[in-house]
Structure formats: C-alpha cells, structure tokens
Ligand binder design. Structure first.
Ligand code: FES
Length: 247
C-alpha cells in the first residue's frame, strides 16, 4: 500500500437528507483535486477493523462529498460524526468511468446515484438522468445536474408505483451510452435492456471490500473473462463483461 494513499480529512459539512441518508462534505484537497467520477475512497470507522468504501459524489475546490445510507453499524457510527471531526481516508481508489460521450443516459437507484451524479456534472454533453428511490423522502437535490443541461426524471416506488427500470424503455432509444449504478438486480435488468437496444453500458459494481488496494482478494466479481477485483480493476465495468448468471 502506498503511504501517500492515506490522508487525514475533516468533515466540513454534514447534511441529513432523510432519516438514514447523509451527505458529508470532506475537506481533503489531495483527494478532491485528483479524483474522477466512479472512483472511491475507503474511510476508517472508529471501532471497526475494516474501512468502508464510498463512491465520490462530488469534488472540487479542496473538498469532496460522499452520499451514503446507514446500512449497518459502520455507516451508523460514521453518520454520528460531527462537523470538524477528522477522518482517516484512503484514496482516491479504483478505476472510474472516463468522460461520457454524446447523449449519456444515467440510470441511478437510491444512493447508487453518487458516482453518476459526479459523472453527470463532469459531462460536457447534455443527457438524461433517471433517479429511482423507494420513498420520496430519499430524493437528493438534482438541481446542479439539471443546471448542466441534463433532463431529470425522478421516480419513487412509493408515490409513483414504478422504478427506473419501468421507464427505461422510454429513454434508451435516444441514448448514446448508458451508465448504471444501484442495486444489483436493477443493474442486471438495465444491462439486459441496454444490450437488447445495442447500447454500450457501464456499471458501477458494489462489493464488500477489505483493503481497497488489491491485497485481500475479498472483492472479486465474476466476469466472462474470469474473476476481477472490484477495488483495483473496477468498480466500473462494461456491463457486457459481467457474468450476470452468477448474480
Ligand atoms: S478489497 Fe482487498 S482486494 Fe479488493
């Protein structure tokens, strides 16, 4: 592990979006000024031996943001941190999306929106951003995405009785490349629909991680070309390369 990957950052802002969803703004210029959409940081949590991985949600001007939902004791401990607290951060890690081309279609599920939000802000071509959530309490502010010229379509299962997959057919025909991040079943379905419409599709794979740097082998994903490490060879993969039968 390169010592230079480990940084100390401080929480500059802590925003509670819903009872269990948070956005933290973290001041750490060397991560903020070098990370790309799709890359992640591995953050140490007090009392836990393993770090927790978080996609970068937004970055610039010396700070970066993470968007996360409380899914267990580690993220609960993190959510209880306060502004000014210091964090032990490793990153930026992984391989990201690269620059989107024309008519990008971003398909985001829940807090899986994080890497696509960042990607859409970096996109120089206007596209469409689909965001599906379980409850309307879980919506995030997509105004900055809209300000970049992207069309926003947000649906809630609870209020609209549909998911982003239910509306994907309507938007995929005009899409250039499709970028997907969210629950695995949603990504699998989006990959199938992209394939049947002859669209290139990239996904951001979520996996449990230990080291984040290729040492522990805990983050393998089965692809059609063999096993790959999510932390160093992903988390972004071509959807067509994943062995979806194994999911
Ligand atoms: S998290 Fe350890 S090898 Fe990927």
């Amino acid at each position: 592990m390169k010592a230079s990957l480990i940084k100390r950052g401080s929480i500059a802002a802590r925003e509670r979006i819903s009872p269990d969803i948070y956005i933290f703004t973290i001041k750490e210029p060397s991560v903020a000024d070098t990370c790309s959409p799709g890359e992640f940081v591995n953050i140490a949590v007090s009392g836990k031996s393993l770090r927790r991985p978080f996609s970068v949600f937004e970055a610039g001007n010396g700070t970066f943001k993470i968007l996360f939902r409380i899914t267990g004791s580690g993220t609960r401990i993190l959510s209880n941190c306060s502004e000014g607290d210091e964090l032990d951060i490793m990153g930026p890690l992984g391989k990201g999306f690269g620059q989107p081309g024309e008519n990008p279609l971003f398909v985001a599920g829940g807090v899986g929106a994080a890497p696509l939000y960042f990607l859409s802000l970096k996109s120089t071509c206007p596209g469409t951003f689909l965001h599906g959530v379980c409850s309307s309490d879980d919506y995030i502010d997509l105004e900055p995405v809209s300000a970049k010229g992207h069309k926003i379509v947000a649906v809630s299962e609870e209020s609209d009785n549909c998911t982003v997959i239910d509306i994907l057919d309507k938007y995929i025909k005009d899409a250039g490349t499709v970028y997907v991040s969210g629950p695995r079943a949603m990504m699998k379905k989006a990959a199938e629909i992209s394939k049947s419409n002859n669209k290139k599709c990239f996904i951001s794979w979520e996996e449990r991680m230990g080291c984040g740097t290729g040492l522990c082998q805990s983050c393998v994903v089965k692809t059609l070309h063999g096993y790959r490490l999510t932390c160093t060879e992903g988390p972004v993969f071509k959807a067509e390369s994943i062995d979806w039968n194994d999911c």
